[in-house]
Design a protein around this ligand. Structure first.
Ligand code: M6R
Length: 599
């Protein structure tokens, strides 16, 4: 869950690396470091904290050279500190390594290396790679790395440079790594966004491959040292996709992008005859759907369950990818297993889909990041086309995931010869306009945030399609404002959480006027009777609700299946404003990283 980048060419590496690290900062931001090579040797600067700390470090001014590697860290082994920050070196400081992933057998390797006389400086797992390289390096970095890799258990996207070598050697297993081919220079990075503006040709390295990068050529080899074929792809993202475009934070920009991102998810897939998806799997005979994801993607999976069961009558199970991967559960070839992931790199989701494939289930991905590990593992599915999501709190990917799941449900329905509801299709086509209307709640939500920003706890309640929205509203508030929040199905509240209600407990009810409305109204009464503060998100004025709710936010009325999309927007805005008013780092909340590539 770290970000790595490197450059080799004719330009000064330092600024390119620091700029690249900033674009990778979403992957981890507790410490960072850079190593640049010149004729005098390797210069290393490491710093605790975010990349701007590294950028301000006066030691950086003396760093010069045209070959370099850099790293931004999310600590797994060893606390965030300068000594644990990457790059890590061998005993003689002649080799430097950056590593994203986990070396599971590091402790036994470390014991052996220590017995052999190697001196370790850090508490990280990654440092063993540098010492192993030291052991095998005889002037050819690639040869040394090919001897080291079979000894490593775990995952890595890693890169190494040496004082006496004019090459960068990188390797990949289980952590993403992309090469950028420039004019007379080469880059590598954990993510293509770090390469925007520098190259337009990229190569995704496969697992168990290494690449030797020189300023004007490169080689890609397998773990046996044999050259392999590779595919050069075009880097299609432009600089605008990673800029804030006048917004104070990426999160706010991404919330406001949702009409556009949902439109992109629908483009070319919805027409007057229904739904067109390029899924090359026969879905006519599937007997069960299993939806897998983590965090926000798991919440969209829950909505997917409601939608797919409603529209296709096929039973749907939803699992946390981290639970599914280790549970002994029957999986059949008549199952369709769907991996849902914004980043396409979440380790648990990737492992879960591999397990489903091993059991011969049909697998598809609902993924935002094109050519990511999960997308490639699934081989087919639905890309979200939401553009890069940089704020750590997922917003636009969530609404695009729900949109993709609705399309999937309609597609299965069509494949199985069931009629499509034209009114629903028309409403789906008008979703982007409905989201624009929902965003009009922004000013009122900001006022609401002013009133509740100092609350210590929060309960979010919803029913049916909007129960997962209650979970998502609570998660958004927790992760960026650090306020304890619970999401619950409205009717479940009386089975326990109701004990928490008093005059200090704000309860936010999501209550569109659907078939559950009267029931939710009764749940609101129950909270009111215990002096809880009521905030309601609803779709039309109603005397009864107005008389009991302390605060009401209005969103447009839509088909019940689409209501999660319009209802989540005020909740995203609420979390954003509360966190911002508290002076917190909205885009990079503490302890989190955007892409969770460790278990
Ligand atoms: O990239 P993924 O969708 O696989 O990520 C899954 C979760 O890590 C992610 O949704 C996380 O919960 C976000 N911080 C939520 O805002």
């Amino acid at each position: 869950m770290c970000g790595i980048i490197g450059f080799i060419g004719e330009k000064e590496a330092k600024n390119l690396l620091v700029e690249g690290l900033k674009r990778l900062e979403y992957r981890g931001y507790d410490s960072s470091g850079i190593c640049v090579k010149n004729d005098l040797g390797l210069s290393i600067v490491k710093n605790l904290g975010k990349i701007d700390q590294l950028e301000k470090d006066s030691r950086l001014s003396s760093v010069r050279g045209k070959i370099g590697i850099a790293h931004t860290r999310w600590a797994t082994h060893g606390e965030p500190s300068e000594v644990n920050a990457h790059p890590h070196c061998d005993c003689k400081n002649e080799l430097a390594v950056v590593h994203n992933g986990i070396i599971e057998n590091y402790s036994s390797l470390k014991k052996i290396l220590e017995k052999e006389g190697h001196k370790f400086k850090s508490k990280t797992d990654s440092e063993v790679i540098a010492h192993l390289l030291e052991k095998f390096y005889k002037g050819n970095l690639a040869e040394a790395l090919l001897k080291v890799l079979p000894l490593l258990e775990g995952t890595y996207g890693l890169a190494v440079i040496a004082e006496k070598s004019g090459e960068i050697v990188v390797a990949k297993k289980g952590s993403p790594l992309v090469l950028g081919i420039g004019n007379g220079d080469m880059f590598f990075a954990s993510d293509q966004t770090a390469l925007i503006n520098h190259v337009n040709k990229i190569i995704y390295l496969n697992d168990n491959e290494i690449a030797v990068l020189r300023k004007d050529n490169f080689e890609i080899k397998n773990i046996n040292g044999k050259n392999v074929n590779y595919e050069i792809e075009e880097l299609k993202l432009g600089a605008e996709s990673i800029e804030k475009n006048g917004f104070e934070h990426y999160m706010l920009k991404e919330i406001f992008e949702q009409p556009k991102s949902v439109k992109s998810a629908l483009t070319g897939r919805l027409n007057k005859d229904g739904v067109k998806l390029s899924i090359n799997i026969n879905l006519k005979k599937i007997e069960r759907v299993i939806l897998l994801g983590c965090g926000t993607s798991w919440h969209s999976a829950l909505i997917g369950k409601y939608v797919i069961e409603e529209l296709t009558n096929i039973p749907v199970e939803v699992d946390y990818a981290s639970e599914f991967r280790y549970r002994n559960t029957p999986i059949r070839d008549s199952d369709l297993v769907v991996a849902i992931s914004q980043s396409g790199e979440t380790a648990d989701t990737l492992a879960a889909i591999k397990k489903a494939k091993e059991c011969n289930a049909k697998t598809i991905g609902i993924v935002n990041a094109v050519s990511s590990s999960i997308a490639r593992e699934c081989g087919t599915g639905i890309y979200l086309h939401a553009g890069p999501e940089i704020g750590v709190a997922s917003t636009k990917a969530f609404t695009s995931q729900i949109t993709a799941l609705i399309l999937l449900a309609l597609y299965i329905r069509k494949e199985r010869g069931m009629e499509l509801d034209n009114d629903l299709l028309k409403e789906i086509a008008s979703l982007p306009q409905k989201l624009i209307l929902s965003l009009e709640s922004c000013d009122e939500v900001e006022e609401l945030a002013k009133k509740f920003k100092d609350s210590k706890n929060f309960i979010f309640l919803g029913r049916g399609f909007n129960f997962p929205i209650a979970l998502e509203g609570a998660l958004k508030l927790k992760e960026i404002s650090y306020i304890h929040a619970e999401g619950y199905p409205s009717a479940e509240m009386k089975h326990g959480p109701i004990a928490l209600i008093d005059e200090n407990m704000p309860c936010l009810f999501i209550c569109p006027h659907d078939h559950t409305y009267d029931k939710v109204l009764s749940n609101i009464e129950e909270v009111k009777a215990r002096k809880g503060k009521i905030i309601a998100i609803t779709d039309k004025t109603d005397d009864k609700l107005s008389s009991i709710a302390d605060e009401i936010i209005y969103v447009p009325a839509v088909h019940p299946i689409l209501s999660p999309l319009v209802n989540v927007i005020p909740l995203q805005l609420f979390a954003y404003f509360v966190a911002n008013m508290k002076g917190l780092d909205v885009d990079k909340p503490r302890n989190l990283a955007k892409s969770v590539t460790v278990e």
